[in-house]
Design a protein. Sequence first.
Length: 330
Amino acid sequence: MSRLQLTFACGDYDRTRALEEGTVRPDGIDLTYLRLPVEETFFRMMRHQEFEVAELSLSSYVLSLRADPAPFVALPVYTSRMFRHGSLYCHTDAGISAPEDLRGKRIGTPEYQLTACVWMRGILADRYGVPFDSVSYLTGGQETPGRIEKAGVELPVSLRISRIPEGRTLAEMLAEGEIDALCTPRVPSPFVAGDPRVRRVFGDVVAAEKDYYADTGIFPIMHVVVIRRDVYDRHPWVAQSLYKAMLAAKDAAYRNLYDTSALRFMLPWLTPQLEEARTLLGQDYWSYGLESNRETLTTFLRYHHEQGLSERLWRPEELFAPESLESAVI
């Protein structure tokens, strides 16, 4: 019997490396792995549905559920997870000495719907008294002018949001003090260059993120894996096949990361940092599936709805292919 040919667009990750190399193969599927930058994958998938399987922003995926039928169905596979307290930057003369000081400020963001920014707006509201509509937002390209929202959004009229001037970038506007702060998944170029006019809002990012996890038990989910609807409708079995393979690839990455014969990545204290992560977050700290991530997903979906991005409040189980939530009992 011939194997199903599918293309999988995804970033360069240790947890998917075995799929790219072919050392883990999904049952019944020949997977062509396209290693692409996340922004390109998301744009091409949201605008043109170019790939049969792809990594996708969690926020963009939830936005896509407004269509009937929805263009994608997700697997509870989280190719990107990241604490995002370090994604908030400010101009040093903006009068921001603590996160609470962001209230009433002008905050840049490449796109309002970015998952990292949904998380941080929610965290600022829940923990620091900065409601999402207590600031004004400016959107546009961070390093290159002209960026637009990947997915059309209809936002609350109470939200103060506008485009930055044509030809400008958020990075230069932050450095010059034309915006007070910037929420972004990527480190802005002035900060990378050591520009003294730009710093992070949280002085000790790691401490803030550890405190957040200790209080909430949440390790934020950024990306999911989606199957194009037409593929799933014709071959519903691919959901379980892909999910099993992606679990196997992640488990291989765990094993490789803890190989102390030689450092797999150029981090001098990689092993003790891994051991600390397991102590603080648990052995399977990058867990897939629904139940172990229910609170994380529920919190994100609440933020997405509160911030005007979802017309209704979704339940976590509504996000995923049912086949990926079940396993055979032997």
